[in-house]
Design a protein around this ligand. Structure first.
Ligand code: KG4
Ligand code: ZN
Length: 355
């Protein structure tokens, strides 16, 4: 990438965040603006696709204005427009794609399509101005991506070259966090709420089941979710609070949140470390919204250090959905010669694939 000096304008709208960024040399964040819809979806406890698409339409122009002003750039400096084209919600993806196409066409700039999942991996290469000390990932690496819609382990021996080692066979880890958060009566989204509640746990001896799936690098979280429902009902019976409308005492919620989080983190970290050893990884990369979880970050950091493998984890706001990560991946694809035509369409189930 070095030497191209090129700026990429990148757009992310696959789910419930409208994100636009300007990225220099595939790494340096010149600006990164995210409009979150969390407050909008909180009353329904989950994302409503039509509401999400309409909110992207409402926010995409103001988000561009702010990203543009923050970066202080002009169109002749922009080398490409990168946009997420999958996986994600079709209506949400289409807002970003059509906006990107219009910008690329009007300003006569190449368009590059980016896979949202590779964006989560490429967040590991991003750095803020003045943050030159930050280490870049080194190949071969193992990346663990844990988000609301996806959970997988992938090996990379070069840029844009992916070998899937394992993925969830049912729910994503973030989805399990969100559902168990609801069971515990916590705010939406459940992930950050469980993380906060778990920090306050004084008793740390509640054991939730782990699905190891033998030696495989696949994950399963639906059994854990079912077990969590049973464990919460048992806790309610023990406390004499069978009515689900009556909140559990916050100390019990904290203990249960800790037990659930510990089970998820244990499986994620154990498999990631086993995968890193199996492929002789020289770096481990962690990404996706659940990578904002401090227990996961701390445990993986400890185990990676014990094995002497550098761990690269973006700061929490670059782990959850954002435009900068799409710019980092898009710049790599742009430099590799990839161009999308104006026929670029949304691919809601797009798999992670290399070049
Ligand atoms: O990557 P992301 O922003 O969107 C998707 O691509 O899915 O991930 C969102 C997910 C949600 O399930 C949310 O609960 C979870 O990331 N999450 C967390 C934390 N922050 C966000 N899960 C656990 N601990 C957190 N601190
Ligand atoms: Zn995501």
């Amino acid at each position: 990438m070095s030497g191209s000096g090129s700026l990429v304008l990148s757009i992310e709208s696959s789910c419930d965040e409208t994100g636009i960024a300007v990225i220099e040399d595939g790494r340096l964040i010149r600006s990164n603006v995210v409009a979150s819809q969390v407050a909008l979806h909180a009353p329904s406890g989950g994302i409503v696709p039509e509401v999400a698409a309409r909110a992207h339409l409402r926010w995409i122009v103001p988000v561009l204005d702010e990203a543009w002003t923050d970066a202080g750039v002009s169109w002749p400096e922009i080398g490409a427009v990168a946009v997420t084209y999958g996986p994600g919600l079709a209506g949400s993806l289409l807002v970003g794609i059509n906006f990107a196409k219009a910008l690329a066409w009007v300003h006569d700039v190449p368009l590059v399509g980016v896979n949202h999942l590779e964006g989560h991996v490429y967040a590991a290469w991003l750095h803020d101005p003045g943050d030159d000390e930050r280490e870049d990932p080194v190949f071969p690496l193992v990346a663990l991506v844990v988000s609301g819609g996806h959970t997988f382990l992938v090996e990379m021996r070069d840029h844009l070259a992916y070998r899937l080692l394992g993925s969830t066979v049912d729910d994503a880890a973030g989805e399990a966090f969100d559902k168990v958060g609801r069971l515990l009566g916590l705010d939406y989204p459940g992930g950050p709420a469980i993380s906060r509640a778990a920090e306050g746990a004084t008793r740390r001896d509640r054991v939730f089941p782990r699905a190891w799936l033998g030696e495989s690098f696949d994950f399963s979280f639906s059994g854990l979710k079912t077990a969590a429902r049973r464990i919460v009902l048992e806790a309610r019976a023990d406390e004499g609070l069978p009515d689900p409308e009556v909140p559990l005492p916050s100390a019990t919620v904290a203990e249960l949140a800790w037990g659930f989080q510990d089970a998820v983190v244990d499986v994620l970290v154990t498999k990631a470390m086993r995968a890193a050893s199996a492929v002789g990884a020289r770096s481990i990369v962690l990404g996706g919204g659940v990578a904002a979880n401090s227990a996961l970050r701390a445990r993986l950091a400890g185990e990676a250090e014990a094995l002497g493998i550098p761990l690269i984890v973006p700061r929490p706001s670059l782990c959850t959905d954002n435009g900068a990560m799409i710019g980092a991946a898009g710049a790599r694809r742009f430099v590799a010669g990839e161009r999308a035509g104006l026929e670029l369409d949304a691919r809601p189930s797009l798999p992670l694939a290399g070049r």
